[in-house]
Write a protein that binds this ligand. Structure first.
Ligand code: PEP
Ligand code: MG
Length: 580
């Protein structure tokens, strides 16, 4: 490859690093199929279970190592190993491998490989990137149990105590135990996705990372110096003087911007004219919570419970859910957690819960439509949530609501849950709130009518925008048309918050735009005072809030609300940002 060549990739974990590259290729295992005599089946199953136990022990050791070696923000990411430990001790995995050893009389290694391949296939077939990438977790867990069965030491990736950029097909959580954390400066992956657990860990460890290089990765000469740009998703091979200078400048700019965000992250979230703006976090699991410092946010505005359901091999029981929800509530130490009930179907199917094929799944049987049908699931989840409220303030949020009947039915079920639990003498909190997401445009128009049945609403702008613009949010062919700055969308967002205010319903916004700092002045100008976003955006949104003045935001909103398209709006915003 000629010197100074730049290769595009997908940016996955932020940061810029320069170091020599170290390749590692994980060779697929070929394991012969052995026949097990009937008398030996039990012993083979025991050998498999012992390997699972040893793998779980190794994961626990890795988790402790990671927590103790790395700063606080990686501690949450270390929770990924809890998910792996849950997988390796999952009774379904143990049962499926045992059954296969018994029925086909094959060795544990081969039975494990076949079961793992089956699970992986189920996850891969799901049309949702974050969930699809859970297939990598299954593969990783399978690889570790296999190593235990084969009693094999795993190779360690290091450059004898000097810095390096790791180039691998994919980076799995167990690989953290094999890298030289002190010296790995960046990770370039051939495969893997932005949502993979390997990437989450790299982010937690502050290691810049790019993914999706495919076969290009193997063309990088071993040992050559590489600039890895995790911000822009780029690799520069054997950089020339000019490239080194340019990246040196970018790095300095980045450090200054980071410093500013670092300084502001724990300051109060108030505008220049001292209007408080509530900043909440959107989270998918317990592990992210550990990564957010307390002063950065006011509570959890959206806990997407479906991810806890998706990472498993079967429905979690009431007790299992209670354990998770309680840990989250306790972790928040008195600040509110808003749990959204199961939002599966559409783009988020559950591997173990087959729903019929639909022509338009996003317009189909999803969210509350599905859980109101499967009452036992809904009731079980509501019970677990109500019980968790004994440990701190909890709100329950219903997804994809379309009609007032659904709003009322949800409330009736919650009331019944509360009555049943009280009759059983089970403790529940006295500040359990009930709310709905506004994602369906028609419900937004009549939002004043939900006031009698709900304690709050939360605007789900991700889906709301897709339904307003008739643009699939997950279809790359129309991605350019998915434009939250479209004035038609903006007027809708304005009406929602104003009508909610007049009806006296607390209203928050939890779609991705809440995390976009350029959008913040517009949202403040419309009247939003509560925003929920991915934790990574909390510092930049706080900076945007602290730099804003409500009167100026209102004037900005006035100046864009009658424009004709998103580009015109963006132009005004750019001009506004340039003003001193
Ligand atoms: C939304 O639709 O805006 C939302 C927050 O929910 P999700 O992204 O999970 O669909
Ligand atoms: Mg949604």
């Amino acid at each position: 490859m000629r010197p100074g060549k730049e290769i595009n990739a997908t940016s996955a974990a932020p940061g810029i690093a320069t170091a020599p590259v170290l390749h590692h290729r994980f060779a697929g295992e070929f394991i012969p199929t052995l026949t097990i005599e009937e008398a030996g089946v039990e012993a083979e199953c025991d050998r498999f279970e012992a390997a699972c136990r040893r793998a779980a022990d190794a994961m626990r050791v890795l988790k402790v190592k990671l927590e103790s070696q790395i700063a606080a923000d990686a501690a949450g990411a270390a929770g990924i190993y809890d998910a792996h430990i849950a997988l390796v001790t999952d009774p379904n995995l143990l049962r499926d491998v045992r059954d296969l050893i018994g029925s086909d009389r094959i060795n544990a290694e081969v039975a494990l490989q076949r079961v793992v391949a089956r699970y992986e296939k189920a996850f891969r077939s799901i049309d949702n990137a974050p969930v699809r990438e859970r297939a990598a977790d299954i593969r990783d867990v399978g690889r570790q149990v296999l190593a235990m069965l084969l009693q094999r030491e795993q190779e360690v990736f290091h450059r004898k105590g000097s810095d390096y950029i790791l180039a691998v097909d994919e980076f799995l959580p167990s690989d953290v135990g094999l890298i030289d954390i002190e010296h790995v400066r960046g990770i370039a992956m051939g495969e893997g996705g932005r949502y993979s657990h390997g990437v989450i860990l790299a982010k937690g460890l502050g290691i810049p990372c790019v993914v999706g290089l495919a076969s290009g990765l193997m063309k990088i000469p071993a040992g050559s110096v590489v600039i890895l740009d995790g911000d822009r998703g780029r690799l520069v091979i054997d950089p020339n003087e000019q490239q080194l200078k340019r990246y040196g400048e970018l790095l300095r700019e980045r450090e200054q911007a980071d410093l500013r965000l670092f300084e502001v992250r724990l300051s109060p979230s108030i505008t220049k004219d001292e209007t408080p703006v509530e900043l909440l976090a959107n989270i998918e699991g317990l592990r992210e919570l550990g990564a957010i410092e307390e002063g950065m946010f006011d509570g959890v505005g959206l806990f997407r419970t479906e991810f806890a359901f998706m990472e498993r091999l079967m429905f979690p029981s009431e007790e299992e859910q209670l354990k998770l929800y309680t840990e989250v509530v306790q972790g928040m130490r008195g600040r509110r957690v808003t749990f959204r009930t199961l939002d599966v179907g559409g783009d988020k199917p559950l591997a173990y819960f087959r729903t019929p094929n639909e022509h338009n799944p996003v317009l189909g049987w999803r969210g509350i439509r599905l859980t109101l049908h499967w009452r036992d699931l809904f009731y079980t989840q509501m019970r677990a949530l109500a019980r968790a409220s004994a440990h701190g303030p909890v709100s329950i949020l219903l997804p994809m609501v379309t009609t007032l009947d659904e709003v009322r039915e949800g409330r009736e079920i919650l009331d019944k849950v509360v009555t049943d639990l009280r009759d059983e003498g089970v403790e529940i909190g006295d500040d359990l709130r009930y709310g709905i997401m506004i994602e369906v445009p028609a419900l937004a128009v009549v939002v004043q009518h939900v006031a009698e049945a709900v304690d709050f609403i939360s605007i789900g702008s991700n889906d709301l925008v897709q339904y307003l613009l008739a643009v699939d949010r997950d279809n790359p062919r129309v991605a350019g048309m998915y434009d939250p700055y479209h004035p038609g969308v903006l007027r809708f967002l304005f009406d929602c918050v104003q009508v909610a205010r007049q009806a006296g319903i607390p209203c928050s916004l939890c779609g991705e735009i809440a995390g976009e700092s350029e959008f913040i002045p517009l949202l403040l100008g419309m009247g939003y005072r509560s925003l929920s976003m991915a934790p990574v955006f909390l510092p930049s949104v706080k900076l945007a809030v602290r730099s804003a003045e409500i009167a100026a935001c209102e004037a900005l909103w006035e100046s864009v609300k009658s424009l004709g398209d998103g580009n015109a709006v963006r132009e005004v915003l750019r001009g506004n940002a340039k003003q001193p």
